[in-house]
Write a protein that binds this ligand. Structure first.
Ligand code: GDP
Length: 304
């Protein structure tokens, strides 16, 4: 709770104080409602219109402005109504009416696919997990499903060029994507990653959101920012999952929450509305249940 308050106050100073100025370069608008629509064509036309009940010209309160620019406000929640208690600890994520059953009872490995078009062909929603090699992707997947070595991907850097589908509770998928940006990977392997994984993002209709893993124990990395901006430009919904948040400050370097703040300040330059973000640790379990709850609300909305 203390950490949450500290993060919220960090947010308040770094994001809220210049309440009125727009982002420096709003090259694209990333908003949940807009991007979720991209991820499915089946969505019914009418969704809860949270603004319908209030007069169009009523000025936005500071609370609502904060909620709209800094927090992730899910469908069904009016930014005017967001309270502190609705925000998941260690995150900017507001819990809304679509949040529901979130625990993982069973998980089964379904298949590895070498091409986007070989992925399982059904309508179940999926979340892709992406990040630099060594970011803690396998550890996070194993922590989420509470099984050791569910993430079967090869640990050899640059070798894992497969899309791995894991079916959870027989109703949704966790998708393990190849890591990117490992120094030892050959240029050829990196090029493969680009076309291969980009093809998946651009063509996968059942993709609800990408969980982009960011190592909070190191300063912001150009390659992560580039990846986030590519996803944003292509309207792919994403949640930043900060990993290794248990790591204490090294003798040099900054604390995880300082690295997270630096990352967010860089991200904010390109987004009018900040994407969802959450702090996690596969060592302490920090953020696990909160992340699963967040996935449940995205999924339940998608499933409608
Ligand atoms: P991947 O290459 O992205 O799959 O990364 P791994 O899951 O194999 O993790 C890379 C390294 O980071 C390993 O040494 C893990 O033990 C370590 N690691 C992963 N997650 C955490 C975490 O939450 N906290 C700490 N302290 N170390 C972690």
């Amino acid at each position: 709770m203390l950490l949450r308050n500290r993060l919220l106050s960090l947010n308040l100073t770094s994001f809220l104080s210049p309440l009125s100025p727009p982002p420096k370069s709003a090259s694209f608008l990333f908003s949940f409602n807009k991007t979720i629509a991209h991820s499915t064509h089946k969505r019914p036309e009418s969704k809860p219109d949270v603004s319908a009940s209030r007069p169009a010209k009523q000025p936005m309160s500071e609370r609502a402005r904060f909620a709209k620019t800094v927090l992730f406000v899910p469908p069904g929640v009016d930014p005017e109504d967001v309270t502190d208690e609705m925000i998941l600890p260690g995150s900017n994520i507001v819990v809304g009416p679509y949040a529901g059953h979130s625990q993982i009872k069973e998980v089964e490995f379904v298949k590895s696919s070498g091409r986007a078009k070989d992925c399982p062909k059904d309508d179940r929603p999926e979340f892709a997990i992406l990040g630099r090699s060594n970011v803690g992707k396998s550890s996070l997947i194993n922590a989420l499903v509470r099984k050791k070595e569910v993430a079967l991907t090869s640990k050899k850097p640059g070798k894992t060029q497969l899309i791995n589908h894991f079916l959870v509770n027989k109703s949704w998928y966790i998708v393990d994507l190849p890591g990117y940006g490992f120094a030892r990977a050959s240029d050829a392997a990196r090029t493969d990653w680009s076309s291969f994984t980009k093809g998946y993002f651009l063509n996968r209709d059942t993709l609800v959101a990408v969980l982009l893993l960011i190592d909070a124990s190191v300063p912001p990395q150009r390659i992560d920012l580039d990846c986030a901006n590519w996803l944003g430009r292509n309207n792919i919904p994403m949640t930043f999952v900060f990993t290794k948040c248990d790591k204490l400050k090294a003798s040099k370097g900054k604390r995880p929450d300082e690295n997270i703040r630096d990352f967010q300040e860089l991200i904010r330059e390109n987004y009018k509305q900040h994407p969802a973000w959450i702090m996690t640790s596969s060592v302490t379990g920090l953020g696990r249940d909160e992340l699963l709850l967040h996935l449940s609300q995205l999924r339940n909305y998608w499933d409608q």
